[in-house]
Design a protein around this ligand. Structure first.
Ligand code: PMP
Length: 367
């Protein structure tokens, strides 16, 4: 089997150990005679898988007891509608939502929330091409927002918050909602700073199809009447994420990834590895005459590293050579062009070293 390094932004590389384990259990899970895909979600076998996955995620992220962990369907984009439908009912309508516009994904969130709420863009990095997180002092938050929405890692633009912003002082306690799709479990996240965290699983966690929502108890039970029952967090929580059929196989793989993470030593160990991997690539980019990254240093993503060739006519040759060397899925998002290397938890440092070797060889040939 060809050994590759897969830099996809998602669906993305998973730990090999997990895939080997899943393959071995594919036809017969723990002597049950069934594949996990064939099990009733309400049977004892799957209930045990579900309970372990939720327990392990709670432990890995140190989720406090007054937060629910929900396993849903719909992906990150569906949450852009599900969040307002669940949170706006706490305020008289039409309610206001504050957004910090840091890139493509918050752009989509703003557009979707506008169907349900009055949207206030409290700060935006659009004018400079999304190359930083606007400083907290420059946020113009509304006095009575239903919530404040941020994306703590912009997957396309490669911009990441280095810490949770302290917003409590100026928002009368408006809860902070964060889209953590592309950096969940890659670094310490202080859950207690947030009202809601949501993430599609298909980057750091498992296959597409599973969406994780972590929500503080007091924010449950305020859904708008139009909210579909299957997406009403209170109903989902009351039913242990089994109100409708959850994405069972994706939850099973996520559970194996959580166990793998625990075997590695947990999020703190992964965070150190992720710091080292990202530093290696950014240091090389900053020293290069051919490649560059445009994001301000303090706000650079450790997970998604977009970079550009100064001579864009070389893009195809760069990608073709990368593919020959088994360095896959490096093409940047179509909206920004260039290249992007995603360095999720399952990407070993050897992958980053192999990428840099190829980049150096290509640079030597063309500069
Ligand atoms: N938010 C972020 C930060 C993302 O990276 C993505 C997917 N790349 C999404 C939302 C959308 O997720 P989905 O495709 O699962 O709806």
């Amino acid at each position: 089997m060809t050994h590759v390094f897969n830099f996809s932004a998602g669906p993305a590389v998973l730990p090999r150990e997990v895939l080997v384990e899943a393959a071995a259990e594919m036809l017969d899970w723990h002597g049950s005679g069934m594949s996990v895909m064939e099990m009733s979600h309400r049977g004892p076998e799957f209930m045990a898988i579900m309970a372990a996955a939720q327990r392990d995620l709670r432990e890995l992220m140190a989720v406090p007891d007054n937060y629910q962990i929900l396993f849903l369907q719909g992906g990150g984009l569906a949450e852009n509608a599900i969040v307002p439908m669940n949170l706006l009912g706490r305020k008289p309508q039409p309610a206001v939502v504050d957004f910090i516009h840091t890139g493509s994904w918050t752009g989509k969130s703003i557009k979707e929330a506008g169907k349900y709420a009055q949207v206030n863009v409290a700060a935006s990095a659009k004018a400079s091409g999304f190359d930083h997180v606007p400083a907290r002092a420059d946020w113009t938050l509304s006095p009575d927002a239903a919530y404040v929405h941020i994306c703590t890692n912009e997957t396309i633009d490669g911009v990441e918050y280095s810490a949770a912003p302290d917003i409590a002082a100026q928002t009368n306690g408006a809860p902070l909602v964060a889209d953590v799709s592309s950096h969940i479990l890659s670094r310490h996240i202080d859950v207690s700073q947030y009202g809601v965290l949501f993430a599609g699983a298909q980057k750091n966690i498992g296959p597409a199809g599973l969406t994780i929502v972590i929500v503080r108890d007091d924010l449950l039970g305020h859904a708008l009447p139009i909210c579909p029952s299957a997406f009403d967090w209170k109903i989902v929580a009351d039913n242990g994420s089994m109100y409708n059929t959850p994405p069972t196989y994706a939850i099973y793989i996520a559970g194996l990834v959580f166990q793998w993470l625990k075997r590695q030593g947990g999020v703190a160990v992964l965070e150190q590895r992720n710091i080292a991997k990202a530093a290696l690539l950014y240091d090389y980019l900053d020293s290069s005459k051919l490649y560059f990254n445009r994001v301000e240093k303090a706000d650079r993503s450790r997970m998604n590293i977009p970079f550009f060739l100064r001579d864009e006519t070389l893009n195809d040759a760069f990608l073709a050579g990368a593919k020959q060397r088994h360095l896959l899925q490096l093409k940047g998002h179509k909206s920004v062009g260039g290249m992007r290397a995603s360095l999720y938890n399952a990407m070993p440092i050897e992958g980053v070293q192999a990428l840099i070797s190829w980049m150096q060889e290509f640079e030597a040939a063309h500069v």
